[in-house]
Design a protein around this ligand. Structure first.
Ligand SMILES: C[S@@+](CC[C@H](N)C(=O)[O-])C[C@H]1O[C@@H](n2cnc3c(N)ncnc32)[C@H](O)[C@@H]1O
Length: 205
């Protein structure tokens, strides 16, 4: 598989530095597409928000009474997320943790949220990430992902992801339920990013 020509592969250190300000994706509320999924009752059980940033999706799940854990490699982001949880009176675990080593969390999840993480990985790390996901998802667990699509013009921001790449990444042990074109909001402007909203279920062995 060749690398997408349009890509921005930040290191964890670079991501961490971006949280000294407000990064473009940090809109201070859940992505509307994830909010709609939550409103439709699609999140259930034990929830893991991977690459949680400052925690809005983890907080949203916890506000709905779900036991939610948020992880991010950025200590600065996790610190902000913890502060928000305290301010909102929510008991949530936010951990500084690498998404490529989810097994070491030592827990199994029913719902996994990924808003803007999948598209940050190189091809090699993308494959490792999917294996890492397998280790922490129960059979029948659902993975919801929002990523930049190849229909987004320009070459700023992360690499673009095609439907075919998504299907290839999740071809073994997963069932793709839907891939829909949606908007990923940023704080850069009104129009948003042309994104894929993906629903995937971990197959029952
Ligand atoms: C585009 S941001 C999205 C943040 C958040 N989900 C949101 O919607 O605001 C991607 C996040 O993934 C985190 N990240 C990048 N590589 C990671 C890794 N290997 N393990 C865990 N988090 C990672 C970054 O620190 C950043 O917070």
């Amino acid at each position: 598989m060749s690398e997408s020509p349009r890509r921005s592969l930040h290191t964890p250190e670079e991501f961490n530095e971006m949280y000294s300000g407000t990064p473009p994706w940090d809109i201070g509320r859940p992505q509307p597409t994830f909010q709609a999924l939550a409103d439709a009752g699609e999140f259930r059980g034990h929830v893991l928000d991977i690459g949680c940033g400052t925690g809005e999706h983890t907080l949203m799940a916890a506000q709905r009474g779900l036991e939610a854990v948020g992880i991010d490699s950025s200590p600065a982001a996790v610190e902000i997320a913890k502060r928000k949880a305290r301010e909102r009176g929510l008991n949530i675990r936010f951990l500084v943790h690498n998404a490529l080593d989810l097994a070491s969390i030592g827990e199994q999840f029913d719902t996994v949220l990924d808003s803007g993480l999948f598209h940050v990985f190189s091809d090699e790390h993308r494959a490792a990430y999917v294996e890492s996901l397998k280790a922490v998802t129960r059979p029948g667990a659902r993975y919801f992902m929002l990523c930049f699509s190849e229909h987004q013009p320009g070459d700023f921001g992360p690499r673009r992801v095609t439907q075919q790449e998504i299907r290839q990444s999740f071809s073994d042990g997963w069932r793709i339920e839907s891939i829909e074109m949606k908007k990923l909001e940023t704080n850069l402007g009104q129009e948003g990013i042309i994104a894929w909203l993906v629903r995937i279920t971990k197959e029952v062995d």
